[in-house]
Design a protein around this ligand. Sequence first.
Ligand code: AMP
Length: 548
Amino acid sequence: MHALMMNTPLMISSILKHAERNFPEVEMVSVTVDQSRHRQNNRAFASRCRQLANVLESLGAGFGDRIGTLAWNDFRHMELYYAVSGSGMVCHTINPKLFPEQVAYIINHAEDKILFVDVLVVPLLEALKDHLKQVETIVVLTDKSHMPESSLTNLQCYEELLDAHPDTYEWPQFDENTACGMCYTSGTTGNPKGVVYSHRSTVLHALAGALPDVTGASNMQTSLPVVPMFHVNAWGAPYAALMVGTKLVLPGPKMADGETLHDLMTSEQVTVSSGVPTIWMALLDYLEGNQKTVPSLSRVHVGGAACPRVIIERFREQHDCEVVQGWGMTETSPLGTVYAMKRGMEGFSEEEVTDLQLLQGRGVFGIEMRIVDENNSELPWDGSASGALKVKGPWVAKGYYGLSDVPGHEECPVDKDGWFNTGDVAAITPDGFLQITDRTKDVIKSGGEWISSIEIENAAVNHPDIAEAAVIGRYHPKWTERPLLIAVAQPGKSLQKSAVLEFLTDKLHKMALPDDVVFTDELPHTATGKINKLGLRETYKGYKFPDA
Ligand code: AMP
């Protein structure tokens, strides 16, 4: 028997319409290259989105066209998110910090027709102009007075275009499985691959993201997403915030600047923020160094890489702020698991709670997960068995743009049984907390045993004089591979190898103790702020252990 319920398609434009009707006065505050503090409310925002939809049409873009963005977190990027997807086009966010060749590859592969770019990105495009095959128009996200001098002939000014168009526009309705967004993920080998989100997957992801035990987003919150809008849609914040009426504070290009973040957090009374661990380390150091605090901030979401214990402890002890770790990836939109307390934890000591916060969280409704051994047999959720992590759900990718999406095909990340292979190695506790032990390719295979590089890194960064640490496996004649610890000292501190190893002795299993420690001034990071292990493996290619 068929149900008698309306089959209303899940549309991104419905989030915008809901926000305009129910939260018209809620503000969106941005830092941009041309304005130190821009403010507009949702009513003005929705009106500008309609103007932008008219602009897109006037520039010759139509249903299904890919519209590229190279921009930071601000109101104009938000307008693109809604106007492009809302009118049936595909909002293709591109990370401007990637290598120029990768940026060109991604733009060409997606066949972007129009690019909307920040002023800061214009020089990059000038360098790439002879390589961009399909791009017809480049729109600079600024007003007339800030338009740059440029050798590009097809440049237009965003604010001028908007001014020239009316704010009347009917958002069309269409199949909810239509593509709304695209984000390329740079694997460590081969070309970047395009993940294509749908209206349905994005709306469902936002609904799940707003649940109390996930982000607890609400009209009473003020959120500062420090995770870039070119990195998995800022983890869904642009959608979840408008859905529930959260006030958004957007830091523009000042992502890693402790002073700007502190200023925004205190003056706008930010209650919740999200970002990768490196961002939080930088903010905590800035606050400590300048004897400042962030009284309104009650919750910080951390993901993208394992969260070191010191971040959890420093936020709790110095700022009375809870750290919530989550796990996800570009292909999972990204929400997979998020930390939340469970019944029975009420009497836990701070230490015990921290131990659980260090895990990657519990599965969010909508995401099924399993861990399997080398024969693809499912492993128990006992907290110790670890294997390849696989997931499935309505906001998990079933293929990559332009590659086969036939399950089991070598180009397809989904196996024959319909599970997406994350490339992560994990254990799951009986209570359902996920523990990522490594990336499949970063695991150190030593004498037949698997050693987790993350476990060693987490132990090392708890050393008070270590600012950052990375572990890679290097060739060893007896063990095949052994861990090499590469550490950066805190400013003004010096480190001794013997002291670091002694510090680690009672914190790690004997097999996991690094065979050597080397010190460096800086670790390489990827464009999304993670430690670039590929780069490190390249740097230490010829490295030999002292006893080898
Ligand atoms: P990306 O697609 O660039 O967001 O990268 C996704 C990958 O980041 C995952 O597959 C994990 O390897 C890693 N990752 C994300 N969140 C965490 C976390 N909380 N702890 C450890 N690794 C994480």
